[in-house]
Design a binder for this molecule. Structure first.
Ligand code: MLT
Length: 393
């Protein structure tokens, strides 16, 4: 037996596991201190009523012989795929049902999709970025090339920023971006689509934060861009949209125009996946009802208000930052030229605030720090008061 030696090329532990370990150590040593977590992008508001009602109903169905369900379709029940189809239609994107795959979240599918691609493909990933893109490719032994996202390009790297010597068979784009909160406009995305079509590359488009976009001119799906169905796979999730981080449900779009990829994904999923639980899919379906949309809209507004609170405080403290407008994340320059992990320790020790060190998202993240608006407003306010004490002159 030979182990997969590619694992030796990974960081010792996953970014958010490292942070959790450090925070738990701090709490054990300082049990009297109240730690406020604005680190991992985990939601705090409960599931909305439309969803819990649907979940309860589905649980009852499962306890009755005539409505009990066993294995479901691996690609998801039609009732949920139709609901997703209707949601896309609102943004003028027409999808066939067979292009929609219900998943247990974007993170799993972003990793699983790599089963469809040869290990010799080269991968292009923005830096900084959600660490899953890089780690999953390293696990598979694929070569990862980076494209710089920085203050100069407003954290939105474009085709012009690609190093001419690197290949890009598989291109990752996350918009609204995790961690920087930056959002591509249609013109910028069109450039990526045109590039992918020219190079016969595939774009893996992560739209997990699309619901935070409030400007109707900004694209929420890559399929709003002409030609994207010929080159892009899209991953979306109800985690941040509807508080499903613990409930687990998302969807992946693999267009028919991508040749064999749609059939291959069906083959992969039917072999390795038994679908999302019926109960969860009924809860997810409720997100797309009128009531559900209204209720999650209130939750998203709540988080956006927290983001504004954070942004206003950073302005008062003279701390440079971006994001937070169409995204739950605020990306800030560490004050006093501190390095990311240095600032992480400083904030934890002096204000008991947990954030995410930018360096954990890539080399360009060094010197930056990410705060999330997913905490409670009460805690966010308290954290901001603590921050002011440290940095407001
Ligand atoms: C994050 O904090 O970046 C996200 O919560 C990670 C995730 O969605 O898996």
């Amino acid at each position: 037996m030979n182990i997969n030696a590619n694992y030796d090329n990974l960081e010792q532990s996953y970014l958010f596991s490292t942070i959790a370990k450090k925070v738990n150590e701090y709490i054990n040593n300082n049990p009297d201190k109240k730690v406020i977590r604005l680190g991992i992008g985990d939601v705090t508001l409960p599931l909305c009523k439309a969803v819990t009602d649907a979940l309860h109903k589905a649980v009852d169905e499962m306890g009755v012989q005539s409505t009990f369900r066993g294995y479901g379709p691996e690609q998801g029940y039609d009732f949920l795929r139709e609901a997703v189809q209707g949601y896309y239609k609102k943004h003028s994107v027409n999808l066939e049902l067979d292009e929609i795959f219900i998943s247990d979240g974007a993170k799993s599918d972003l990793g699983n999709i790599l089963d469809l691609f040869d290990t010799n493909n080269t991968v292009l990933v923005p830096d900084p970025v959600y660490p899953v893109y890089v780690d999953t490719n390293i696990m598979a032994g694929r070569k990862v090339n980076f494209i710089n996202a920085n203050a100069e390009n407003e954290f939105l790297p474009g085709v012009k920023d690609i190093d001419k010597n690197v290949g890009a068979d598989i291109i990752y784009i996350c918009s609204p971006n995790n961690p920087t909160g930056a959002v591509y406009n249609k013109t910028q995305l069109k450039e990526w689509v045109d590039y992918a079509l020219e190079k016969k590359a595939v774009i893996l488009f992560d739209s997990a934060y699309e619901c935070f976009i409030s400007d109707p001119e900004l694209p929420r799906s890559i399929y709003e861009i002409e030609g994207a169905k010929n080159c892009a796979i899209e991953f979306c999730s109800l985690s941040k949209t509807a508080g499903f981080t613990g409930t687990r449900c998302g969807y992946t779009i693999v267009p028919m125009n991508l040749g064999k990829l749609n059939k291959m994904w069906v083959r992969r999923q039917t072999t390795k996946f038994n679908g999302v639980p019926y109960i969860v899919q009924r809860g997810a379906e409720a997100v797309f009802t009128e009531e559900g949309q209204k209720e999650i809209g209130l939750n998203i507004a709540y988080y956006k208000n927290n983001a504004k609170l954070i942004s206003d405080t950073l302005n008062e403290c003279g701390i440079k930052h971006v994001g937070g407008k169409h995204s739950p994340y605020i990306w800030l320059k560490c004050p006093n030229n501190m390095k990311s992990w240095e600032f992480f320790d400083y904030l934890l020790n002096n204000a008991q605030i947990v954030g995410t060190p930018g360096a954990g998202f890539g080399k360009n993240g060094e010197g930056y720090f990410r705060l999330t608006s997913f905490g409670s407003t009460e805690n966010t306010k308290e954290a901001m008061e603590r921050l002011k004490k440290l940095f407001k002159s």
